[in-house]
Design a protein around this ligand. Structure first.
Ligand code: F6R
Length: 365
């Protein structure tokens, strides 16, 4: 039931604050300011590294999670799309733990990657939405993302719930490994706790603005998304969302890679969506933005208040979000990215819930 929404995708985008609250209730003990991961078979204090595999949007959530496991827990992470992971013959040790991320829990390549790791004796964690799925049953420990049913083919609330679970796991890992102390844990947990409130405000604030910007994207042949750090996988997620529902070609690139090829594409017909919270990468991303602007690229800057103040140029268009801690920036910045794709596809008259050639659950290789 879509309620009073035009599409399931719109409904599911709007459900994110509530869905994240469920994740937080499950994975955070607010009284003590600590993360709880339940009775997990995975002892982060005792693992040498992580292997992560998934497909599509779930893979991009894992790619953001990788930055967190490295930064907060000092854990090396091997991650690949499941269709490559399963065949790469990656050397593995029993000292690693493996995580598989899947909304449906039925994706064939992800399941095959899981079985590859299982045969090599790794402990298996499944980060899934559907907890009675094949992938959940095959795991040693299930970490539910508690998003509720996701009907729209384009994944939205599952993505931000996956991110929130991954952030909790990275904090738990850091705690177990002594790379973060109780004080830091409490601070990080405090930031996560703010996600639902901030998301609700942002969803309201950017509605009209993302609609207006989407009208500028409708005639485009191609759109480039760039970012650094966790904003790099988010740029790829933006491109994936746009292409799958609007059929506009889009690419997500590491901002620093622009000058190694894609900058050749840029002219006045090419919108460049720059995802740049005011973090440690901001100045570098902004200098890439200036390079794109100098070649005539139509810049759409997605930043925060601090970034808007610090930007040396006034871009053709910008979306300004509130300042938030870096650990929650990917969840908050996901909202304009999702809404831009949604509005663009709706304006173009596309069937956003059932895009052509796509299925919600991919059970064949
Ligand atoms: C994109 C999308 C797909 C899925 C991918 C994995 O919006 O929905 O890329 O993320 O097919 O599906 P699950 O998570 O069910 O394994």
């Amino acid at each position: 039931d879509k309620g009073n929404h035009r599409h399931f995708m719109e409904k599911e985008i709007s459900e994110q604050p509530e869905a994240i609250s469920h994740v937080l209730d499950r994975y955070i003990d607010f009284a003590s300011g600590t993360v709880r991961t339940g009775n997990s078979a995975i002892d982060f204090g005792d693992v040498a590294g992580l292997a992560i595999s998934a497909c599509g949007t779930a893979f991009l959530a894992g790619s953001i999670g990788r930055y967190w496991f490295e930064q907060y827990a000092g854990l090396p992470v091997e991650i690949d799309v499941a269709s490559e992971f399963r065949y790469r013959q990656i050397p593995m040790s029993r000292k690693q733990a493996a995580f598989f991320i899947s909304q449906s829990g039925e994706t064939a390549d992800t399941l095959a990657s899981l079985n590859y790791c299982r045969q090599r004796g790794l402990k298996i964690g499944a980060i899934v939405n559907v907890t009675d799925s094949t992938i959940a049953r095959a795991a040693d420990t299930v970490f539910p993302i508690l998003a509720g049913p996701e009907i729209g083919v384009a994944s939205t609330k599952a993505f931000t719930c996956q991110l929130t679970v991954l952030a909790c796991l990275a904090i738990a890992a850091g705690k177990a490994r002594g790379t973060i102390d109780a004080f830091q844990e409490r601070a990080l947990v405090g930031h996560l706790a703010e996600i639902p409130r901030i998301m609700s405000a942002v969803l309201n604030d950017i509605q009209a603005q993302t609609f207006a910007l989407a009208r500028q994207l409708t005639g485009c042949k191609s759109v480039l998304y760039i970012g650094r750090g966790t904003s790099y996988p988010l740029a790829m997620e933006g491109a994936l969302k746009l292409k799958e529902i609007s059929y506009i070609h889009a690419e997500g690139y590491a901002a620093g890679e622009l000058k190694h090829g894609p900058i050749a594409l840029i002219d006045e017909h090419m919108p460049v969506i720059v995802i740049a919270p005011h973090d440690q990468f901001f100045d570098k991303t902004v200098s890439n933005m200036q390079e794109a602007a100098a070649r005539g690229g139509r810049i759409i800057l997605i930043t925060d208040e601090a970034g808007a103040k610090a930007s040396p140029i006034i871009p053709a268009a910008q979306i300004v979000l509130p300042n938030v801690d870096e650990i929650i920036a990917p969840m908050i910045f996901a909202l304009p990215v999702q809404m831009l794709a949604y509005h663009t596809a709706v304006i173009m008259g596309m069937d956003v819930d059932q895009p052509r050639n796509l299925a919600k659950s991919v059970t064949v290789e």
